[in-house]
Write a protein that binds this ligand. Structure first.
Ligand code: UDX
Ligand code: ADP
Length: 481
């Protein structure tokens, strides 16, 4: 088996950074260099303030940086000296041209492939880590082989990353599985084995799955689509619960007890966010259309439709509860990240809730323990969200204290499930708000019996509130004992 001694990872983002840090930590004999075009990002990786927040990551980087883990903008040298190159650049949904709004944009992957071809000599294993459409490895191979120098040869592998943000280090150290796809040939198998050997330094060989390249690429899309589908399924149930008096938490618990179904990913919410789920499902839909499988495409498209519906429904609940107008009213959003324990806001449902409320003329105060105010404004000033940046700035006030954010509010909307929100002093918050004081818990995390006792009007996704003004007004069909 070929021994990999030097690894280069192109792309120092949410995937490349943590993955290579853990790899360096678990393989002291391998030198790992993470490179990026973005100088500011590399500087941050080399500083005390890492560009991304992940529990446990700081310690690993501190321990290995400068020893067998390096962050650099010298992409050429890192490629030249590496035996194995990971491509972990971003593959956002296309915002232009064919496949706009659905297909993954592969321009960054392609530019990496061209860069590798331009500077490489000898044999290289090139590994796609970014989530890519099925058959992207074939495109990378074609670019590499059409541009290669005579002495150079490549094997292209697919090794998708399944880490979730906020638990990246834990997922990397203790993965459910490692998936490696390669060409079914002696050379392909040898390259797959070389990569598997790296993981075998800390992963049980039984968990290392070897497949053909396309199975590996499709499995990544399929895994994310199945997870997203569970969330849309439970969110669709939450709408039925509100209309009938069933409780979505009780339904999720009863359904999840079936060992064939399992109890994870059944938390009703304001919809899934993050850089992966929507992008990957849309990517799958686009793939099905391209393959002339319209029934399959429609099936997966519904996962997205329900997610959009849930975001809209949450905002509509707020507007209708506040006597059908939020114009000029102060609404406080608690949480802006797409989930707890991360500062990432990509595709966060909070963005869309904020958009719908801004469209209605509401004034928003926003508090998130981790997301910088600049980042919140970048998301909300985006032309797809606000009429114009001035309008966004006029309506939005980002606060660095949850109590200040709630002062004088007509309503609070919980958009991210941060643990700290569960233990806020709600008596103090209630006393500082306008009455009736509304709380819309889009994550189902607050102690709502206690909130009702304090005097709040409480609304949860998929749960009819106890005997309150809201319930009588908006849930007349709720069939309560
Ligand atoms: C996801 C996959 O979990 C991971 O395997 C893949 O590699 C990348 O995409 P991530 O986007 O980091 O990871 O977060 P995840 O924990 O999956 O949550 C995604 C979204 O779904 C979040 O907005 C979360 O709040 C929401 N969610 C999750 C729910 O609304 N309900 C649930 O029960 C679970
Ligand atoms: P992900 O969540 O997939 O890791 P990110 O956007 O966090 O995505 O990170 C991708 C990184 O890849 C960015 O820091 C970007 O600057 C970098 N990148 C994109 N294209 C190239 C390229 N051709 N060469 C080097 N780095 C690149």
């Amino acid at each position: 088996i070929m021994k990999v001694k030097k690894i280069c990872c192109i792309g120092a983002g949410y995937v490349g950074g943590p993955t290579c840090s853990v790899m360096a930590c678990k393989c002291p004999d391998i030198q790992v260099t993470v490179v990026d075009l973005n100088k500011a990002r590399i500087n941050a990786w080399n500083s005390d303030q890492l560009p991304i927040y992940e529990p446990g990551l700081d310690e690993i980087v501190q321990k290995h940086r400068g020893k067998n883990l390096f962050f650099s903008t010298n992409i050429d040298d890192a490629i030249k000296s590496a035996d194995l190159i990971f491509i972990s650049v971003n593959t956002p949904t296309k915002t232009y041209g064919i496949g706009k709004g659905r297909a993954a944009d592969l321009k960054y992957v392609e530019s990496c492939a061209r860069h590798i071809a331009a500077v490489s000599t000898g044999f290289k294993i090139v590994v796609e880590k970014s989530t890519v459409p099925v058959r992207a490895a074939a495109s990378i191979s074609s670019i590499l082989s059409s541009n290669k120098q005579s002495s150079t040869s490549y094997q292209v592998l697919s090794n998708p990353e399944f880490l979730a943000e906020g638990t990246a280090v834990e997922n990397l150290v203790n993965p459910d599985r490692v998936l490696i796809g390669g060409e079914k040939s002696p050379e392909g198998n040898a390259a797959v084995d070389a990569l598997a050997e790296i993981y075998a330094n800390w992963v049980d060989p039984e968990k290392i799955i070897k497949t053909n390249t396309w199975s590996s690429e499709l499995s990544k899309l399929a895994a994310n689509a199945f997870l997203a589908q569970r969330i849309s399924s439970i969110n669709s149930m939450s709408a039925i619960c509100e209309a009938t008096g069933a409780d979505v938490g009780e339904v999720a618990n009863a359904v999840g007890k079936d060992s064939r179904i399992g109890n994870k990913f059944l938390q009703a919410s304001i919809g899934f966010g993050g850089s992966c789920f929507q992008k990957d499902v849309l990517n799958l839909v686009y793939l099905c259309e391209a393959l002339n499988l319209p029934e399959v495409a429609n099936y997966w498209q519904q996962v997205i439709e329900i997610n959009n519906y849930q975001r809209r429904r949450f905002a509509n609940h707020i507007v209708s509860s506040l006597y059908n107008t939020v114009y000029g009213k102060q609404i406080t959003l608690l949480g802006f990240a797409f989930k707890k324990d991360t500062g990432d806001t990509r595709e966060s449902s909070a963005i869309y809730v904020a958009k719908y409320l801004m469209d209605e003329g509401a004034n928003l105060k926003i508090y998130d323990p981790k997301v910088p105010s600049k980042q919140i404004m970048v998301e909300l000033e985006h032309p797809t969200i606000s009429e114009c940046p001035e309008k966004a700035r006029e309506l939005i006030d980002v606060c660095d204290d949850p109590y200040v954010a709630c002062q004088g509010a007509h309503a609070i909307a919980v958009c991210t499930e941060w643990d700290m929100f569960k233990t806020l002093d709600f008596e103090k918050i209630f006393n500082s708000m306008l009455k009736p004081a509304f709380i819309f818990d889009g994550r189902g995390i607050l102690p709502y019996e206690k909130l009702l006792d304090i005097g709040f009007e409480v609304l949860l996704m998929g749960k009819c509130p106890r005997e309150t003004v809201l319930r009588k007004q908006y849930f007349p069909s709720c069939n309560f004992k």
